[in-house]
Design a protein around this ligand. Structure first.
Ligand SMILES: C[S@@+](CC[C@H](N)C(=O)[O-])C[C@H]1O[C@@H](n2cnc3c(N)ncnc32)[C@H](O)[C@@H]1O
Length: 184
């Protein structure tokens, strides 16, 4: 079984419902394939490892990049760690905000998929991009029956990205709704 299908199976078996949707993963794979040799990819929020699996699938046979993924919850991190990942994959149990505090300018591609680094500390995530680095967020389509607080948080993320002076952003009606931003 390929890494992506195995990751969705792992998520299902551990009752983890928050993995990225397939269209989001396909975009991650396409963007990972374009990361420069020697480049670095970061995911905030590993979950069951679905996002990592898509990133690795996009890299194919390449081994000239790093993929780092940060997960706060050790039990979830342990689920993702059941896979045998390529050696360039580094799964860390940490708070994304702590990690980001020392990551300025380090990453070519970031998938910000955790509360830490997305709805809190988004400025640190933006600062972790290299010039011309790409930031991806999903779950940007409003769900009508969400609590008002969620909607406000989501709109805050969207506005920050779309209006940020260092970013060129596009809102995509793709998967769960995405914003893709390139650091100038
Ligand atoms: C939407 S899920 C991630 C799904 C994963 N990116 C994927 O595509 O399969 C969000 C994850 O972020 C984790 N998380 C929440 N706050 C965090 C933080 N401050 N630092 C790191 N991980 C965090 C949660 O435990 C959860 O597993």
């Amino acid at each position: 079984m390929n890494l992506v299908d195995a990751a969705y199976d792992r998520a299902g078996a551990s009752d983890f419902p928050m993995s990225c949707e397939r269209p989001v993963g396909q975009l991650l794979a396409a963007l990972a394939a374009g990361v420069r040799p020697g480049g670095n990819i970061l995911e905030l929020g590993t979950g069951a490892g679905v996002g990592v699996a898509w990133l690795v699938s996009g890299l194919g046979e390449r081994t000239d990049v790093t993929v780092t993924s940060i997960e706060l919850d050790p039990e979830r991190a342990a689920v993702a760690a059941k896979e045998t990942w390529p050696s360039y994959v580094d799964l860390r149990v940490a708070d994304a905000l702590t990690f980001l505090a020392t990551a300025a300018g380090a990453f070519d591609l970031i998938f910000a998929d955790a509360q830490g680094g997305k709805s809190e500390g988004l400025d640190l995530t933006i600062a972790a991009l290299r010039p011309r680095g790409i930031l991806v967020v999903d779950d940007m389509r409003t769900v009508e029956d969400w609590p008002e607080e969620f909607k406000v948080r989501q709109d805050g993320v969207r506005r920050t990205l779309v209006e940020h002076p260092h970013l060129v952003s596009v809102e995509l009606d793709h998967g769960s709704g995405m914003v893709l931003s390139t650091h100038r």
